[in-house]
Write a protein that binds this ligand. Structure first.
Ligand code: AMP
Length: 503
């Protein structure tokens, strides 16, 4: 069996790895570390959870033992799609680099430029950045990329989903062609393959199987509930309280506004709860995540974008407060529990109008999900709803709900809100999904936005091209908040088509 010592890593690194308690390299580590140390380019197809971070951090530490950094000229650069992932990579450098005296600089939005400038001035051996903040620094003339010897592009497919590819292309142009490039992606849609072909020279390709996400050890159940917010919250509380084996749980909502509302409600009801969504400031996000990791917080309410890719230890329970609109998100959510053969439970709260989303999920995972109280329970629920999935309660650019009178009724979330719901769109009957689909979807904030359709059908190609430009345009206005809501200045969400061209 291969050991870390067989991979060519330095003594300092080996000793830190041993202290971290790791004895055997994972397949991506075994495949990537030796060629990385030989300065080969790497195409790693692996997702979070496979140990891929150490797969690039360990060889980088070994290579960085020679040479030193110059002011404002980082020696290596790691690009990450979100602040949390960037912070996670930073933690890895601290853990495995504890025997080194390297200057690791984190450039993420939501933190003051001055502090980051000071750190860059001291010379960065490793720069870990989200694309927007990095470009802001280069444009301010505070950062020179001409000394970068090694570039890591991590989570490339998420970069694509989040509209960051044009930024990455700009960044790569600043970096010398002679660099070494390590490129990681969980999936390889054609756009990502094209990028890899452009950025990499004769790469070593390493592909590891994704961990089985809907593990057999996870008990999955659908829970019928009424369509009103207060009914869902009440049902969720009952569910949580009835779980005798719950140690910790993530509760997923489709919209960040609901994350905030549900968090407040659960807190009011005395639960140990935290929240994670894109509108929170960096400090709160970091604190919440740490509290959850340290078991100080039992329940974490999160949106898909905020939670995806985070190295959160396995949880005993996942609750889907909303049925995910995209079936693939269901698989990601459920993958948070039942890890490493441990038992887990995943409950999905279903209202009458969610039928088509449940159908899409069962189709994707190729199995039926059993109902907690039997399938007929859904018939007994109220079909009325406060809102439509993915519509009706859209947030504006400030993340403020458009429902009138909603926010000031927060303290009474156990009772039906006595106020009229702002109806900027007529409410279709619950059994009219086709009508909903035929209407133009509301423009979504990034947190709520659908991931881009990969490998579009030819008929959809134009729509996708627009979407791509839209993402890019949004992204240009969103540098400081890499995973937050982008809103083009002056046009709200309605951007004239001519403004998109060439953006
Ligand atoms: P990653 O895929 O990089 O997010 O890593 C997933 C988790 O695996 C992290 O908690 C790492 O600390 C852990 N890990 C990384 N390498 C190893 C290893 N060789 N053996 C056991 N656990 C590891």
């Amino acid at each position: 069996m291969t050991t870390f010592a067989d991979l060519g890593l330095s003594q300092k690194v080996l000793s830190a790895v041993a202290d971290a308690g790791y004895t055997t390299p994972t397949p991506i580590q075994e495949g990537a570390i030796p060629p990385a140390l030989e300065r080969r380019d790497i195409l790693g197809i692996a997702q979070t959870g496979t140990g891929k971070t150490a797969g690039f951090v360990l060889p980088m530490l070994t290579m960085l033992e020679r040479g030193r950094a110059r002011a404002r000229m980082p020696r290596t650069l790691i690009l990450e799609p979100t602040r949390e992932l960037a912070a996670q990579v930073h933690e890895n450098f601290e853990k495995y680099g504890k025997n080194h005296r390297l200057n690791i600089v984190l450039l993420i939005g939501g933190v003051s430029f001055d502090e980051q400038d000071r750190k860059l001035e001291r010379g960065a051996d490793v720069l870990i950045a989200t694309p927007g903040r990095l470009l802001d620094h280069t444009e301010r003339g505070k950062l020179l990329m001409t000394g970068v010897e090694l570039l890591v592009i991590d989570e490339a497919d998420r970069m694509l989903d989040m509209g960051f590819i044009p930024d990455i292309e700009r960044i790569v142009k600043f970096i010398p062609f002679t660099r070494q490039t390590l490129f990681f992606s969980a999936t390889m849609p054609p756009e990502i393959q094209n990028l890899a072909d452009t950025f990499l020279q004769n790469p070593v390709r390493i592909e590891v199987a994704p961990p089985s996400s809907t593990a057999a050890t996870v008990v999955q159940q659908l829970v019928a509930c009424g369509g009103k917010d207060f009914e869902k919250r009440e049902r969720l509380r009952e569910l949580i309280r009835s779980q005798t084996d719950l140690t910790n749980a993530i509760i997923f909502c489709n919209r960040k506004k609901d994350v905030a509302d549900l968090y407040k409600s659960l807190e009011k009801h005395g639960f140990s709860v935290g929240a994670l969504h894109g509108d929170m400031d960096q400090r709160s996000r970091t604190n919440m995540l740490q509290g959850f990791k340290d078991n100080e917080i039992t329940l974490l309410v999160a949106s898909d974008v905020a939670a995806r890719g985070l190295d959160i230890p396995a949880v005993s329970h996942v609750f889907n407060f909303d049925v995910p609109i995209h079936a693939e998100d269901y698989v990601h959510r459920i993958g948070r529990t039942g890890r490493a053969g441990r038992a887990g439970a995943a409950f999905t709260m279903v209202t009458r109008r969610d039928a088509k989303y449940v159908d899409a999920i069962t189709k994707l995972i190729d199995r039926e999900i059993e109902w907690l109280d039997g399938k007929d329970a859904i018939e007994a629920t109220s079909g009325d709803s406060d809102e439509k999935p993915g519509r009706g309660r859209r947030s504006d650019s400030k993340g403020t709900a458009r429902r009138s009178g909603r926010d000031d009724k927060r303290g009474r979330d156990d009772k039906p809100a006595p106020v009229a719901v702002a109806k900027d769109v007529p409410e279709p009957a619950a059994d009219e999904p086709a009508k909903t689909a035929a209407k133009p979807a509301p423009k979504q904030n990034r947190e709520e936005r659908q991931p881009r359709q990969r490998a579009p059908e030819p008929a959809n190609a134009n729509a996708n091209a627009n979407d791509d430009r839209n993402n890019r345009n949004r992204n240009r206005h969103n540098r400081d908040n890499d995973d937050r809501d982008p809103t083009p200045v002056g046009f709200g969400d309605e951007i004239p088509a001519f403004m998109m061209i060439g953006s």
